[in-house]
Each structure stands twice: as C-alpha cells, then as structure tokens.
Design a protein around this ligand. Structure first.
Ligand code: ZN
Length: 133
C-alpha cells in the first residue's frame, strides 16, 4: 500500500470523528416519521428498506476507498457525506425499531463502535475495557 492511501485512511478516521461530533452536537435524530402511527408490519417494511439503504451506503463507502487505493483523489467532502448518510440511516433504523417496540439489543463498544455481546468485559475487536451495567 502507498503513502497516499495511508494519508487517505487518516482522513477517513478524522472525518469519521468530525461527523460523530457534528451528529451529537446537533442531535439530529430522524424525527420525520416519529409522529405517524404505523403498524408493526409497516415499520418492518421500513426497517428492511433502511437496512438495504445501509448496505448500499456501505458499498459506496467501500468503492470510494478502493478508488482511492487505485490512485483517484477522493475529496474528504464526499467521504463526509457518505459517513453522515450512514449515521443518519442507523439513527433512522434505531428510531423505527423503537417505534416497533423492539428496543435494540445491540450494544456497541464506546471506543471502536464494534458490537458487544451481553457480559463482555472487554471489546472483542479493540480490547477496550467495557463498563458492565
Ligand atoms: Zn472496541
């Protein structure tokens, strides 16, 4: 791998942090659908659609990174957009699941964001110590 690519990965990390900051300071939750009374079946359809959007967004993000690896210059703005879109989609899914009465059981590592399982004392991905509740 080349230096340019490593520099790009640094940008990815920095950008991801900035996005997370922006997301928490603005507190933008997807409230668009919140007021509507929808049936669980409708919610499930919406959740599935959002999950497909998330998969597509992951692919777009992966392509951006692969293109960069192959020498094209990716603007960090484009990257930021994709990360923001993913954050928004994840929030929307969480919101829909809440409405559907399925409180999301997926807990994540505060350090790296990896999924944690019930009873984990340390993150399986980055090894950070996890608070037990
Ligand atoms: Zn972790």
């Amino acid at each position: 791998m080349n230096e340019k690519f490593y520099a790009f990965l640094d940008t990815v990390k920095k950008t991801a942090k900035e996005v997370r900051h922006a997301a928490s300071s603005v507190g933008y939750l997807a409230r668009k659908e919140a007021g509507k009374a929808a049936t669980n079946a409708q919610l499930n359809v919406q959740i599935l659609a959002k999950q497909r959007e998330i998969q597509t967004a992951y692919q777009g993000l992966g392509k951006l990174i692969y293109d960069q690896h192959n020498g094209s210059d990716t603007e960090s703005g484009a990257l930021m957009e994709k990360l923001e879109a993913l954050d928004a989609l994840h929030l929307e899914v969480a919101e829909l699941e809440k409405q559907a009465g399925r409180v999301s059981v997926v807990k994540t590592c505060p350090t790296c964001g990896a999924e944690r399982k019930e009873g984990d004392a340390y993150c399986r991905v980055c090894g950070a110590k996890l608070k037990t509740e």
